[in-house]
Design a protein around this ligand. Structure first.
Ligand SMILES: [Zn+2]
Length: 213
């Protein structure tokens, strides 16, 4: 399994090349190019959130707890006084950090569902929907963003697989085949659910159109 730094380096190199390629072929702005680069970079680190104490997991849950605290403030700032408002946002943040994070850590297995091809597709589709419907991105750009997320994610899985092959001795470690997983009969229910979500997402997704700026 590749470590955080290797993943970061490879994800950055991959994201940069893909962004440069897209900039030359599709009319996107520099801001959009930067966004695509960042999406692919983060997607290349994302699969390791299932590793309980990994850097991505800690960063993600720190961001989530801050986001929750901000959401509480935005939602209640007119109805609560300052002190109760601050206390409830703090409690909400602590809830994410002390309850949800351990729960997530306990229910996910490292290199389980998060290290699978359908999960890469699902994150891509998720960003397509979030980008188009929440952030108002043009459909074609949202599709491009989805491709960058899925691509970055798959690059991570590929790297994990490559690291489980010892090229010098041409031997294969036992972790081989646990990253780029298409299906696992042990957790077939979860996989069926994942594929169903991917299929449904693709079915209702807006079709990509001609790229216009
Ligand atoms: Zn990994």
């Amino acid at each position: 399994m590749a470590n955080f730094r290797t993943h970061l380096t490879v994800a950055a190199a991959g994201a940069l090349s893909a962004t440069a390629l897209v900039m030359q072929t599709v009319p996107i702005s520099q801001m959009q190019a930067l966004l695509l680069f960042l999406l692919a970079l983060h997607a290349g680190l994302l699969p390791d959130v299932d590793s309980d104490h990994s850097i991505p997991a800690r960063i993600l849950f720190t961001i989530l707890s801050f986001a929750t605290a901000i959401a509480v403030i935005f939602h209640y700032y007119t109805s609560l006084n300052l002190l109760p408002l601050l206390v409830s946002s703090l409690l909400a943040a602590l809830f994410v950090r002390l309850v949800l994070l351990p729960l997530f850590a306990a229910t996910t297995e490292h290199r389980g569902l998060f290290h699978s091809v359908p999960m890469a597709l699902l994150f891509g589709i998720g960003s397509l929907f979030a980008g188009h419907y929440l952030l108002g991105w043009q459909v074609s750009f949202a599709w491009l963003a989805a491709a960058f997320v899925t691509g970055g994610y798959l690059l991570h899985l590929l790297l994990d697989e490559l690291y489980s092959v010892n090229f010098i001795g041409a031997s294969i470690k036992t972790s081989f085949g646990t990253a780029l997983t298409l299906f696992s009969s042990q957790s077939w229910r979860s996989y069926m659910l994942l594929y169903a979500a991917v299929g449904y997402g693709l079915w209702i997704a807006p079709l990509p159109q001609q790229f216009t700026q």
